[in-house]
Design a protein around this ligand. Structure first.
Ligand code: ADE
Length: 229
């Protein structure tokens, strides 16, 4: 028995799980809603943080400090940078960075501030469990680097810049902040994303078309992982 947090950023990323769970309790706290439910011997705490690094930082802290989550699984969608990632494909982040954390004016590399590392690692045990789950389900799970920042990327030049600096496979707006909270509070962290777009010109149209389906692919996968924890 474990208390497992399942965090997303948008309603599309979490409501499919609430529909599957059916029975849950809603707790309003810190300008957001948190949902508790039982699933396969575990207690779950679910929430969508709202978009961005600050909102996701707040929700991750609340889930750990107030609701006492012992592991955190993030589920959601991302923009693909690596051309081998197609819309609907799943990517598990081995490490993440904040591409918009910029004190390069002082000679530091992009993404670096004193006292932190550029990259924040996720939990190796959870990542290898995910690979086992993918194998059992007969689906391909990609692993790689995610770049996080407070911007929806829909521009080839921005995409290529972030991709080349950080060797990032995908971009999104919450993963690195959640991973940073989990690392600081010593809670194992897993960050999963299904591709909703390719972060280039017109990514906003792909996003609108594919967000619901890709979000469900990711959500279903993290629920499967709970069965193995
Ligand atoms: N989430 C899904 N697609 C994204 C993109 N292109 N940029 C930032 N976050 C995203």
């Amino acid at each position: 028995m474990m208390k497992i947090a399942i965090l997303g950023a948008m309603p599309e990323e979490i409501t499919p799980l609430l529909e599957i769970l059916k029975v849950y309790e809603k707790h309003d706290y810190a300008n957001n809603s948190y949902y508790t439910a039982n699933y396969k011997n575990h207690e779950l705490i679910l929430a969508y943080s709202k978009i961005g690094k600050v909102n996701s930082t707040l929700s991750a802290c609340v889930m750990i400090e107030k609701f006492k989550a012992e592991a955190l699984l993030f589920t959601g969608v991302a923009g693909a940078f690596n051309p081998s990632l197609k819309i609907g494909d799943l990517l598990c982040a081995t490490k993440l960075c904040q591409y918009d954390l910029d004190i390069t004016a002082f000679g530091h590399p992009l993404g670096f501030v004193p006292g932190n590392e550029i990259f924040i690692k996720t939990d190796e045990r959870l990542n290898s469990l995910a690979l086992e789950v993918a194998k059992e389900l007969g689906i391909k799970l990609h692993t790689g680097i995610i770049a996080t920042g407070d911007e929806f990327i829909c521009d080839e030049a921005k995409k290529e810049k972030i991709r080349s600096i950080f060797k990032a496979d995908a971009c999104e707006m919450e993963g690195a902040s959640v991973a940073l909270v989990c690392e600081a509070l010593k809670v194992p962290c897993f960050i999963l994303r299904a591709m909703s777009d390719e972060a280039g010109e017109k990514a906003e149209f792909d996003f609108d078309e594919f967000v619901v389906n890709s979000a469900k692919i990711s959500a279903n996968f993290v629920l499967k992982m709970c069965e193995k924890l």
